[in-house]
Design a protein around this ligand. Structure first.
Ligand code: CTP
Ligand code: CA
Length: 227
């Protein structure tokens, strides 16, 4: 038995993919982050490489090995991720996939020194400010590229995802129900609904590696040609 060779239909293409959480410093020893494992973004990178694409994988801190053949740029904060994305997109890029779970907020002013407990109070107040919206920023700057986002939702999944597609100026959004514990965050399987301006498509629940192959195929079919 010999499996058929994977078609090399992405040869010559450059895909920029973000993955994992971002980590926002509170002080030199503490941070704000989330439970993203990076598995979905890494699986997408592998699937795109297998079909011949050049892949730049901009990754927050994760516990998984770099996909062979990927140009991995390791970042921590959302600000660093945005800078790395802008640099990667400014060279030739055809597709951007925002699979990272970007922290929505960062410290207004992270402390240079370790914050000490105050003995006279049981409360502490941290002032947070919004992080830049990486994918929305890139969609504005690089409107000729094919922009693919993810939407992590716990309710009204399709409706909220559709509004993100429009608000952020994306071509495709992959909606994810993160209230389910059997799929999504830190799981090996995922079930998603893929939404474009005109269509929705719900592939069966599958291993992230298999789903990644299906998503790469779908994205490939929806690549915007150069204006
Ligand atoms: N995203 C981003 N920059 C941010 C926040 C999100 O690029 N600061 C991207 C994610 O990588 C994902 C998409 O936007 O592709 C949607 O992320 P999500 O967290 O679902 O949406 P938000 O706009 O942050 O809205 P909310 O968390 O309030 O639902
Ligand atoms: Ca968010």
């Amino acid at each position: 038995f010999q499996s058929s060779p994977i078609k090399q239909d992405l040869t010559g293409q450059h895909w920029v993919i973000t993955a994992g959480p971002t980590m926002e410093a509170i002080d030199p020893v503490r941070y704000i982050s989330n439970h993203s494992s990076g598995k979905m973004g890494y699986a997408l990178a592998k699937a795109a490489i297998a079909r011949g694409a050049k892949v730049t994988l901009i990754s927050g801190p994760v516990q998984i090995p770099s996909p062979i053949g990927a140009n991995v740029i390791a970042v921590k904060s959302a600000d660093e991720m945005l800078t790395a994305c802008e640099q990667s997109m400014s060279t030739q890029a055809d597709v951007f996939i925002g699979a990272a779970a970007v922290a929505d907020f960062k410290m207004k002013a992270a402390s240079d020194q370790k914050m000490k407990k105050q003995s006279d109070t049981n409360e502490v107040t941290l002032t947070l400010v919004k992080n830049p919206d990486i994918i929305a920023t890139l969609a504005q700057q690089y409107c000729a590229k094919t922009m693919v986002g993810f939407a992590a939702e716990t309710q009204n999944v399709i409706e909220y995802a559709k509004s993100k597609l429009e608000r952020k100026g994306l071509d495709i959004i992959v909606a994810n129900d993160v209230s389910r514990t059997d799929i999504g965050f830190n799981q090996d399987e995922n079930q998603v609904t893929v939404i474009t301006k005109d269509n929705t498509w719900s592939p069966d629940k599958a291993a992230k590696s298999e789903l990644a192959n299906q998503l790469v195929e779908f994205i490939q079919q929806h690549i915007k040609s150069a204006p």
